[in-house]
Design a binder for this molecule. Structure first.
Ligand SMILES: Cc1cc2nc3c(=O)[nH]c(=O)nc-3n(C[C@H](O)[C@H](O)[C@H](O)COP(=O)(O)OP(=O)(O)OC[C@H]3O[C@@H](n4cnc5c(N)ncnc54)[C@H](O)[C@@H]3O)c2cc1C
Length: 390
């Protein structure tokens, strides 16, 4: 088979790219190792994705946003950051950017489901599920994929969108700078007594990091970062004991709490690919930039990548030129790095500082928040970045 493009990985990034490229006279194959049923009805995975206004615009354009039932979309009005036991908070308000809210929260499960639905409508996109790549050969003028079932694909361009631990990236011989934070993140939905007022919390406690993402009603996604062994212990607790422990960890700032979903744990490993493109190939989504979730930018960056890559490919295709040629790929690489590298580095630095419990770091953390609280231009800048339309 010789499609124009093969995308490995039908995650949110791979599916959104396929949807964006559809309808322009290109034939696209999306290859996924999971069964099609798992894409059509994805299981709840605990991730609630904070989407910027720019991401919302792109999802609207792709027809995903309209498929999301309103009960699955929660408003993220403001955000606040706490340090240690102090009640002082750095506050980022939507109104600082002249907006009503900083963004929205949508479950990853819902994003995946609607992305699958949007792609299922595209006659020029073929989904190959239960499939995986055995070998990749890159020769002059072509790239050849041999699948485990023996099928051979020879596209003009291969896109790897198969997660931050991308096997395809590896098969292409592209390295990545991996940053293992040595911690795991536990995510689940909890009901609580007090209102969250649609405000997200990031709470850098001593010995733990907590976050709270406001959902609809008196429910939030709670996010707890701890060493893996402690996360395993918390996952095994019965529901009532787990709720009591979360109340204690949140210092009862939300009153009584109750677990209302399954619990999911993720190892905290950041990834930044050493190259974003190669001979007739490009990396996308977490396979290109796998962010620490603290700044809630992984999928937002994935969508920026979708936009940049599709712009470069469609402009080239429109001029009847080769979409796998070095020039459009080099442009994509340049723009993606520019858009992601500063925040990737800043996020890692923030995590280093705010998870360091040595006394000088604790003092610097508290002082940093107070200084930032007084810097209106900084807070306005963050609010504007989140609320800017694409
Ligand atoms: C706890 C948590 C909270 C997060 N919160 C936010 C947030 O608030 N905002 C935000 O923007 N981002 C957030 N993210 C990041 C976001 O979830 C990711 O950036 C996004 O899911 C990445 O999408 P992707 O399509 O690149 O990769 P993935 O979602 O990892 O999908 C990869 C796909 O490829 C398939 N695959 C893997 N290997 C192969 C293979 N060898 N062959 C074929 N198929 C393969 C997989 O089955 C999967 O379907 C969060 C992440 C976590 C863990």
């Amino acid at each position: 088979m010789s499609p124009d493009i093969v995308i490995v990985g039908a995650g949110p990034a791979g599916l959104c790219l396929a949807r964006t490229l559809s309808g322009h006279g290109l034939s696209i194959v999306v290859l996924e190792r999971q069964a099609e049923q798992a894409l059509a009805e994805p299981a709840f995975d605990g991730r609630e994705i904070a989407l910027t206004h720019g991401s919302q615009t792109l999802l609207e354009r792709l027809g995903l946003w309209a498929r999301l039932p309103s009960k699955e979309v929660a408003v993220l009005r403001d955000a606040q950051v706490f340090n240690g036991p102090s009640l002082f908070a750095l506050k980022i308000r939507a109104e600082q950017a002249g907006a009503e809210h900083l963004g929205h929260l949508v479950a990853n499960q819902a994003i995946r489901r609607t992305a699958y639905q949007a792609v299922s409508d595209c006659a020029d996109v073929q989904l190959l599920c239960d499939a995986s790549v055995r070998t990749i050969e890159q020769r002059a003028g072509e790239v050849k994929l041999v699948l485990h079932d023996g099928q051979v694909l020879q596209p003009r361009l291969l896109v790897a969108a198969d997660s931050r631990f991308s096997e395809t990236r590896r098969q292409l011989g592209i390295g990545a700078q991996l940053k293992d934070f040595g911690k795991s993140m536990l995510v689940c939905r909890m009901q609580h007594e007090r209102e969250h007022q649609q405000i997200a919390w990031e709470w850098f406690g001593y010995g733990q990091t907590l976050a709270l993402l406001p959902l609809n009603g008196r429910q939030s996604s709670t996010v707890l970062t701890l060493p893996p062994r402690e996360i395993e212990r918390l996952q095994k607790l019965d529901e009532a004991s787990f709720a009591r422990e979360m109340e204690r960890r949140f210092e009862r700032r939300l009153g009584a709490m109750q677990l209302v979903s399954s619990r999911h744990a993720y190892p905290l490993v950041g990834a930044y690919a050493r190259r974003m493109v190669g001979h007739r190939c490009a990396l996308l989504g977490d396979a290109a930039v796998g962010m620490h979730p603290v700044t809630a930018h992984g999928f937002n960056f994935g969508l920026i990548g979708v936009q940049l890559l599709s712009d470069a490919l469609l402009a080239t295709h429109g001029k009847r030129r080769d979409i796998g040629a070095p020039a459009p790929l080099a442009r994509y690489e340049r723009q993606l790095r520019l858009a992601t590298w500063p925040l990737y580095q800043a996020t890692n630095l923030l995590v280093e500082l705010y998870t360091n419990d040595q006394l000088p770091a604790r003092l610097l953390r508290g002082a940093g928040l107070r200084v930032a609280q007084g810097l209106l231009p900084l807070k306005k800048g963050i609010a504007r970045h989140l609320t800017a339309r694409a």
